[in-house]
Ligand binder design. Structure first.
Ligand code: IMP
Ligand code: MG
Length: 180
């Protein structure tokens, strides 16, 4: 088991498995025939997934534009329900098909807030792609159009996802199992 920062990390999704899945997601995006596709990655957690996915999309002949948005929950604790926009996109989304990318779909609040924002700005359609889905955690009725893996109810790190800003650099997704 890899040991990072004195913590044992159990690998749940290896770099190889993720790369394979990214190719499959890219194919499903290509099949969906979106028009004038704009990819919007939600920072920070999705930055590695989005970087790999757009390159997989290139491999299957797609030429999307790419943008970044940042939203954050605020209020007390981790269960806070309000979201605010921290960093806006610079592109006019009017009439465009947008593929919104996040690392994890959990309660659904982040993706619902961001999708509704882009729709209110006149996007033609906002499709959702997530690396991990935790459906049993949902608080809002929302489904992703493209999902990497259905993830068990555990806190994961790596492949862009963090615990207190650490572990984003790991090439795999793993679960911290404790001190080594
Ligand atoms: P929600 O769908 O709005 O509840 O939030 C999903 C967001 O919570 C993701 O974009 C992640 O940033 C964060 N998140 C949820 N579960 C995990 C986890 O297991 N590890 C790291 N971040 C997580
Ligand atoms: Mg996030």
């Amino acid at each position: 088991m890899p040991v990072i920062r004195d913590q044992s990390i159990e690998v749940l999704y290896s770099a190889e498995k993720i790369a394979e899945r990214n190719e499959e997601i890219a194919l499903s995006v290509a099949k969906a025939s979106y028009r004038d596709l704009l990819v919007v990655a939600i920072l920070k957690g999705s930055f590695i997934f989005a970087a790999d996915l757009i390159r997989a999309m290139h491999q299957v002949g797609l030429s999307p534009e790419m943008e970044f948005i940042s939203v954050s929950s605020y209020g007390a604790g981790t269960q806070s329900s309000e979201l605010k926009l921290l960093r806006n996109i610079e592109t006019d989304v009017t009439g465009r098909d947008v593929l919104l990318i996040d690392d994890i779909l959990e309660s659904g609040k982040t993706l619902a807030f961001t999708r509704d924002l882009l729709l209110s700005r006149g996007a033609n359609a906002v499709l959702l792609a997530v690396l991990l889905d935790k459906p049993f955690r949902r608080q809002i009725d929302i489904k992703a159009d493209h999902v990497g893996f259905e993830c068990p109810d555990v806190f994961v790190v790596g492949y862009g996802m963090d615990k207190a800003h650490a572990f984003r650099e790991l090439p795999f997704v793993g679960k911290i199992t404790g001190n080594d």
